[in-house]
Design a protein around this ligand. Structure first.
Ligand code: PXL
Length: 276
C-alpha cells in the first residue's frame, strides 16, 4: 500500500472527544500519516459545557505554513473541520495552494452546526464564507443543518427524498462538487448518508440509535478520510465510516455519564477490520 500523508486542521478541544482528539487517532489507525494544524485550543468543546476557555491560534498559522513550505513538507490530502475564525478560512485556501501535492484532495467538513442551529461561536457571515470554501473543495461533508446554512434552504427536522434532492441541487448551485451528506433519514428509526457525485446519488441507510450524540460528525468525517485515503471508493468510505460511527454510539449508549462524546477508541479494531 502507498503511504499517504494527510493534514487536518481543526480545534483541539482538550476534553470532550471531538475534532483533533478524534481525527488524529482515527486517521492514524487507518495507517495514514497525520499532520495536525490546531485552529484553536479549548478546555472542552462548546456543546453542553459552560465557561470553556478558547485560545484562537489564527496568528500562529501563517508562520507554521511558512515553515512547512521552507521545509518542503507537503500533503496528499487536506481535511478541515471546526475552524476558529473567518481568517482561518482564507488560510485554508492559502495552504491548499502552497502545501498540497499535485492531485491531492481538499476535503471540507463545514463543522459549524447541528439540529438546525449554528455552534455558539459562529454566525451567518461565517456560514457564507464556509460556503465559498466548500466551492473550492473536492469533497464536502455537511450535515443537513450545515447544508441549509450554506445554501439558504429552510431547515427541516422531518423531510422526504424530494427535500434532500433539492438540498443537493442547492449545494451544487453554490459550487459544491462531490457531496457526502450525513444524518439523512426518512423514517424515525433509520439514518444514513447520501453520496452525490457527477449527477449520481447513492444512499446508505442504517439503524438510528439515539438522537444527536456529540462528536459523531467528527468521528464519521475522520473515518471517511482514513478509508478514502486508503483507496476505498467514495461510497465504500461513506459506508465504512457510517458503520464505525454507529458502533461507537452503540458502545457508548447506556452510559449516562458519557454524554459529551462517543467511546470511539473501543471500536477502532472494528474500523481496522472493515478496511481489510
Ligand atoms: O464536534 C464539532 C465541534 C468541534 N469543536 C468544537 C465544538 C464542536 C461542537 O460543538 O464545540 C470546539
Amino acid at each position: 500500500m502507498d503511504y499517504k500523508r494527510v493534514l487536518t486542521m481543526q480545534d483541539i478541544s482538550c476534553f470532550g472527544q471531538c475534532s483533533l482528539t478524534v481525527a488524529l487517532p482515527i486517521i492514524s489507525a487507518c495507517k495514514i500519516e497525520t499532520t495536525i494544524l490546531p485552529s484553536a485550543v479549548l478546555s472542552t468543546h462548546t456543546g453542553g459545557f459552560s465557561g470553556f476557555t478558547f485560545r484562537d491560534l489564527t496568528d500562529d498559522i501563517p508562520k507554521i505554513i511558512d515553515h512547512w513550505e521552507k521545509e518542503e513538507i507537503n500533503f496528499d490530502a487536506f481535511y478541515t473541520g471546526y475552524l476558529g475564525s473567518l481568517t482561518q478560512i482564507e488560510y485554508v485556501k492559502d495552504i491548499s495552494k502552497r502545501l498540497l501535492k499535485k492531485d491531492s484532495k481538499l476535503i471540507v467538513d463545514p463543522a459549524m452546526g447541528d439540529n438546525g442551529k449554528l455552534y455558539s461561536i459562529f454566525d451567518l457571515t461565517y456560514a457564507k464564507e464556509m460556503a465559498k470554501l466548500c466551492k473550492t473543495a473536492d469533497i464536502v461533508l455537511p450535515n443537513v443543518t450545515e447544508a441549509c446554512f450554506m445554501t439558504g434552504v429552510e431547515y427541516k427536522e422531518n423531510y422526504d427524498e424530494e427535500y434532500v434532492d433539492n438540498l443537493l441541487r442547492a449545494l451544487t448551485e453554490i459550487g459544491c462538487k462531490t457531496i457526502v451528506l450525513t444524518g439523512i433519514g426518512y423514517t424515525e428509526d433509520t439514518t444514513g448518508v447520501v453520496v452525490y457525485e457527477n449527477g449520481k446519488k447513492e444512499y446508505y441507510k442504517h439503524k438510528k440509535i439515539e438522537k444527536g450524540c456529540h462528536g459523531t460528525g467528527d468521528v464519521f468525517s475522520s473515518a471517511f478520510v482514513g478509508a478514502y485515503m486508503q483507496g476505498k471508493t467514495l461510497f465504500e468510505s461513506a459506508k465504512i465510516s457510517a458503520n464505525y460511527t454507529l458502533k461507537c454510539i452503540e458502545n457508548t449508549q447506556g452510559d449516562k455519564s458519557h454524554w459529551y462524546g462517543v467511546k470511539f477508541e473501543t471500536a477502532l479494531d472494528f474500523l481496522i477490520d472493515s478496511l481489510k
